[in-house]
Design a protein around this ligand. Sequence first.
Ligand code: ATP
Ligand code: MG
Length: 339
Amino acid sequence: QKNSNGKYTVSFIEGDGIGVEISDAVKQIYAAADVPIEWESCDVTPLFINGKTTLPQQAVDSINKNLVALKGPLATPVGKGHQSLNLTLRRTFNLFANVRPCKSIQGYKTPYENVDTVLIRENTEGEYSGIEHTIVPGVVQSIKLITKVASERCIRYAFEYARSVGRKEVLVVHKASIMKLSDGLFVKTAEELASEYPEIKLSFELLDNTSLKLCTDPSDYKSLVMVMPNLYGDIMSDLSSGLIGGLGLTPSGNMGDKVSIFEAVHGSAPDIAGKNLANPTALLLSSCMMLRHMSLNSYADKIENSVLKTIASGPEHRTKDLKGTSSTSNFTEQVIKNL
Ligand code: ATP
Ligand code: MG
């Protein structure tokens, strides 16, 4: 819904590390492109209430009100015993499916041309359920939780997504040959849903086989939508990113019933933070997914075309991760020129 200034208010979690720099790039480019969006900055520095990682109420209220958020990477402090903030966000807003498209960038050469994959990752449970304990010293147990409810809403989303973008096949990636009950339930749930989508072919592939095939010839995955449990999605989406030029390029959307949060696939990249080296493309393309979700397609096209044109225009306008010599701010200026 538009606000009193005739614009849409969107929550913006700028994030940690390179998050600050790439969020700044997005803001500059949006202002230059006259996108009818007002950003509402959200501080998500976590509170610890009864030992639980909790988001500040102000941030929760902002996102629940605006329904759409853009998010930079959040660092999770290692070894402090609390839950990742990314996980907390996904749980708080019930963001059950994570959509990760990966498309070759024309003009940036990688070993494969015409990569065009879509991966949907179950986003709330599986290996990320966070249930781990020591049984006796030297023996630990980590529980992979799979429920029919979470599997169904994620796989249903994959079918709906395939239908909406005109892809004719949903491919379930799994390891039910070993994890007979857990991955078995994921597979069985997909089989049960298939009859509701008669025009879409449902197929299955073992995770190891998909890994082999995806990096042998990614063109086999062009006309389908992959869907898989949480950890497999995490790993396979990094693999997919590698096929098109790395983490600096790949966007994602965390989809829920009500709220959606769009974010780059990469982390806070502490190794290059504060050095004006980060590539803002992944966050920019995530923001374009967001614009299309909001039916602001013409702005999405305008920004996406300008980003792609800038990358294709040569190494002097590309950031270091793409073998270029440009800083974050030079890249941003060039995108603005190309709008
Ligand atoms: P985190 O713990 O927050 O996930 P990380 O150490 O795993 O951080 P990632 O952000 O996942 O780091 O990045 C992995 C590698 O990719 C790093 O070397 C980083 O510099 C690089 N990288 C990630 N994102 C970008 C980007 N947007 N631009 C340039 N390089 C990037
Ligand atoms: Mg990482």
